[in-house]
Design a protein around this ligand. Structure first.
Ligand SMILES: C[S@@+](CC[C@H](N)C(=O)[O-])C[C@H]1O[C@@H](n2cnc3c(N)ncnc32)[C@H](O)[C@@H]1O
Length: 225
């Protein structure tokens, strides 16, 4: 079966997931971080609790916590159903079942929802979207973008990817993107084109293996310095 997402779903992972998806070291966690497309992930909430310095930007933050919660409810059934019908595309080692997947993701998103009102006041959650970000050049040490670029290859054009990547590189000294697969676990055809584009701009582009794999073969991030 093929996984189809007619639109980009608000679905959130945990701090622990982010640390592994992006191989974040204790030194990385002390840097000024931009989480682009963080949606209902609990990375911002949990990093802030540990004294980190992070701003997350996502179009979903223009809604209230209640509205986001409602969208998560709708998304949950859809995502779990798609995953259930395509279980062969995932690694069921650490997460052993659909029920466990639901428990982990809903627990991360509950942490986000609890933190969201406070984070909006503290300007840690900003409504905005790629490919145009409301930040100055080099304002962040590190920009992280998980489960948006490449994953939604069917929904977002090559031009969108090129402009988004240029924008992330403008606002941050280093950019990390995860995963490099689309929703069906295929390597995104944009990767090589984007790599060529970034190298032509004299940037270092590396594919780095990470200690996280839920989509089969999805254990590599793109690191741009
Ligand atoms: C699948 S979620 C991933 C959330 C989080 N990064 C994670 O991995 O747990 C994708 C997120 O991208 C956000 N998004 C969609 N279009 C965007 C854009 N143009 N710029 C930034 N974020 C966007 C959605 O609102 C959604 O919250």
């Amino acid at each position: 079966m093929t996984i189809t997402y007619p639109d980009i779903k608000p679905w959130g992972r945990s701090f622990e997931d982010y640390v592994r998806m992006f191989s974040l070291t204790p030194a990385d966690l002390k840097r000024k971080i931009l989480g682009c497309g963080d949606g209902p992930a609990s990375f911002n909430a949990e990093l802030t609790e540990c004294g980190g310095n992070i701003v997350s930007i996502d179009p979903v933050y223009s809604f209230s916590a209640d509205q986001i919660q409602e969208r998560i409810g709708e998304t949950c059934d859809y995502v779990l159903d798609q995953t259930r019908k395509n279980q062969d595309k995932f690694v069921w080692q650490e997460i052993g079942s659909i029920a466990e997947l639901e428990r982990r993701r809903m627990s991360a998103m509950a942490k986000f929802l609890e933190d969201f009102p406070k984070g909006v006041v503290q300007k840690r959650y900003l409504a905005g979207e790629l490919p145009s970000l409301p930040f100055g050049d080099g304002e962040f040490d590190l920009a992280l973008c998980s489960h948006l670029l490449f994953l939604y290859t069917d929904n977002l054009s090559l031009d969108f990817h090129l402009r988004s990547m240029a924008e992330l590189c403008r606002v941050a000294k280093e950019v990390r993107i995860f995963p490099l697969l689309d929703v069906n676990g295929n390597r995104s055809p944009y990767i090589d084109l984007l790599t060529d584009f970034l190298r032509a701009e004299k940037r270092d582009v590396m594919k780095v293996k990470v200690a996280y794999e839920f989509q089969k073969g999805g254990n590599t991030m793109l690191k741009i310095c």
